[in-house]
Design a protein around this ligand. Structure first.
Ligand code: SAM
Length: 232
């Protein structure tokens, strides 16, 4: 019976207007030889910068949408206590193999962010590389609530995502248009102003363009991405 009686019923109805993500992402990671920029095993340049500059210091970290684990692995090797979440079992299988090869201890969890239990005021740092731009507008508020709840006071949240009309994607369509079209058009694009509005309850530390880095390299960076770090 499709009777909406709760807010979650409404959220599920809106989910249903868009692509189901788990099968999509499992298929996406099925071929590891595919030419996908973020299939490399090097950490984001912005993440390395935050760690090297001492902005983010060793502690408990939650990675949202960790994929094949390149950033989780970097953080674990830097001495962070890493909890890395992704809904794709194929991505996590690859991430676990990478971690085993490097004898890195990481707590990997297969879960949809919006269904997992959250440890409140627990994490010193929350990181997201390329997940937020795949989150539908109606789930974005919940995403912000997860970050707010999970972070300790004084903890940091950092994100990288498509800039609007960037080199790799980043639709500039309105949130309303997403539901008219039934698609995120491969991922939503963000601007500095949009990130400031979305994370208005956090203190902005820095928002800038990601620095593109030719591969192979010890760091990863792409043109057309925006990176931001905020403090609770
Ligand atoms: C563009 S990939 C980036 C992967 C990784 N962060 C990296 O940069 O290499 C986005 C990832 O977010 C994950 N993802 C998307 N929506 C999610 C959700 N609701 N809950 C958990 N993971 C999600 C996907 O499975 C995918 O691995």
């Amino acid at each position: 019976m499709n009777l909406m009686t709760t807010k979650e019923d409404l959220m599920m109805m809106l989910d249903d207007m868009l692509r189901e993500p788990t099968a999509f992402w499992n298929e996406f990671y099925a071929d590891r030889e595919k030419e996908v920029p973020f299939f490399v095993n090097s950490p984001d340049e912005n993440l390395v910068h935050y760690v090297q500059q001492g902005i983010v210091q060793k502690g408990a970290v939650l990675e949202l949408g960790c994929g094949a684990g390149r950033n989780a692995l970097y953080l674990a090797k830097q001495g962070f206590d890493v909890h890395a979440v992704d809904l794709s079992s194929a991505a996590l299988q690859w991430a676990k193999e990478r971690a085993a090869e490097e004898q890195a201890h990481i707590r990997f969890e297969q879960a949809n962010l919006f269904e997992m239990p959250i440890q409140a005021n627990y994490y010193d740092f929350i990181y997201d590389a390329g997940c937020l731009h795949h989150i539908a507008p109606h789930r974005r508020l919940q995403y912000v609530e997860i970050v707010q709840r999970a972070l300790k006071k004084g903890g940091y949240f950092a994100v990288n995502c498509f800039a609007e009309n960037g080199a790799y994607g980043g639709s500039a369509m309105s949130d309303w248009e997403v539901y008219r079209q039934g698609s995120l058009q491969g991922g939503l694009g963000y601007t500095k102003e949009k990130l400031q509005m979305i994370f208005k309850d956090l203190q902005e530390v820095e928002i800038r363009a990601m620095q593109p880095i030719a591969q192979p390299s010890a760091m990863f960076g792409l043109d057309g991405f925006i990176v931001g770090i905020f403090r609770k």
